[in-house]
Design a protein around this ligand. Structure first.
Ligand SMILES: [Mn+2]
Length: 431
């Protein structure tokens, strides 16, 4: 087998509307409606331009079990374009587009290889040299699959390369239904060289050897799907681990942006700073056509009441108008107020009672090593109850933090501020 090159995408969710957008205009509505379809078109175009051998899809191609006419046509057009370029498609459907309701008219599209409900291997017969390549897959029969599909996969002996395609939740990733659950060990046990997954909407490489990855959704549809979105180009060679390259393709990029208002003295300052911040995103304009931001005000809000100003609908309107004229247009999703009112926070530090004690505890945990270790151990234990070790972000890594008191101090400072802010808020609203 010579080098094999293919693209893996998943969770395209054709026909999915965007959520959480307050502003609407005909132009914007159109842009956003089209974005998910454009991402799919770009996957197809990229596959053709890069001259890949095939395309694998890890499910949730459609957003709804009975896809809309536009979604069906878009999918059909894409598969046809790929077929014309001699690029076959291997699809393992997921919970949003299960086999039970997968449109009859699309099942037999030339060039489309649709996996059934039980794991099966399909030989890739693109070129003579790739005889030993097999793509294994299984699709969701119905929307809810609670047993593990992955555990039923087995590699055939004598293959040069085995690729698995499936929609699954690895290690109970939070924020996603625990459908077709499996562990990293289950994936390894199946003996595949590459696992191309779908279901989790963020792009993630879970293992390098064997290569196991989620490409993530190809177009984010709300603020919790922020950052660049796209697909993976995978290059495989017999005998060495496959290599994946992330290709950003989504035309709309959601971003969370923090704006420190400590130096802002008026609504005009706030507007200028917000515009300056949003015009400074270093996004590739060839890929990203528009940005949707959640603007989060941070820092000290003196006595100007900037938080109140920012929640004024007219402020939002003026901000929207100014951001829309940037060379890479930006649209605010919302403006959030996480500022601290300096006067009230300072007085709280010396206050007797819960919050004063809490802030004192934070201070001591920074200064006393034994308290710090005790706290870190407790935090780690709590995190492990909810998350697999792999999902614990690097900044919360216990071993690293033990040797980095400065990082602990920063985290505790932030935690103290956060709790104090929440405490103040609840006291002001009386809840
Ligand atoms: Mn999905």
């Amino acid at each position: 087998m010579t080098t094999l090159k293919f693209i893996h995408a998943a969770d395209i969710h054709l026909g999915r509307p965007f959520s959480g957008l307050r502003r609407s205009s005909p132009e914007l509505g159109n842009l956003f409606l089209q974005a998910g379809y454009d991402a799919w078109d770009r996957i197809v175009t990229t596959a053709i331009h890069r001259g890949v051998d095939f395309l694998t899809l890890g499910g949730d191609v459609f957003d709804a079990p009975n896809p809309t006419v536009r979604a069906r046509v878009a999918f059909k057009n894409g598969v046809e374009r790929l077929y014309d370029a001699r690029i076959p498609v291997y699809l393992a459907v997921g919970n949003h587009d299960p086999l039970k309701s997968f449109p009859e008219s699309l099942r037999t599209l030339p060039g489309l290889n649709l996996f059934g409900p039980n794991p099966e291997g399909m030989r890739f017969a693109g070129q003579e040299q790739t005889d030993g390549v097999m793509i294994f897959g299984a699709g969701f029969e119905k929307a809810v699959i609670t047993d593990s599909l992955v555990r039923k996969f087995r590699r055939d002996p004598g293959l040069d390369l085995a690729i698995g395609v499936v929609h699954t939740n690895v290690a109970g990733t939070s924020g996603h239904e625990n459908y077709s659950p499996c562990t990293l060990d289950d994936l390894r046990a199946a003996g595949m060289d590459i696992w191309c997954l779908g279901h989790v909407h963020s792009s993630e490489i879970l293992s390098q050897d064997p290569l196991i990855l989620y490409p993530g959704t190809s177009q984010g549809a709300h603020i919790n799907e922020s950052g660049l979105r796209g697909c993976h180009l995978i290059v495989a060679q017999h005998g060495s681990p496959a290599v994946a390259e992330f290709i950003p393709l989504a035309p709309v990029c959601w971003l969370r942006v923090d704006l420190d208002v400590t130096e802002c003295h008026s609504a005009e300052d706030l507007l200028d700073d917000a515009v300056a911040l949003c015009s400074g995103t270093s996004l590739d304009a060839d890929v990203v056509r528009a940005v949707v931001v959640r603007l989060n005000l941070t820092g000290q809000d003196g006595s100007q009441g900037l938080g109140t100003i920012a929640s004024d609908p007219e402020f939002f309107e003026v901000l929207s108008e100014r951001l829309a004229t940037l060379s890479l247009p930006v649209f605010p999703e919302s403006v959030r107020d996480s500022t601290r009112s300096s006067a009230s926070l300072n007085s709280l530090k010396d206050e007797e009672g819960f919050l004063g004690d809490f802030l004192e505890l934070c201070r001591r945990s920074v200064e006393e090593p034994s308290m710090r270790d005790h706290l870190l151990g407790g935090v780690q234990a709590e995190l492990l109850k909810k998350l697999h070790r792999r999902y614990i972000p690097a900044e919360l890594d216990l071993e690293r933090l033990k040797n980095d008191p400065k990082a602990v101090a920063t985290l505790l400072d932030e935690a103290g501020d956060l709790v104090a802010g929440m405490f103040l808020e609840s006291r002001e609203t009386g809840s």
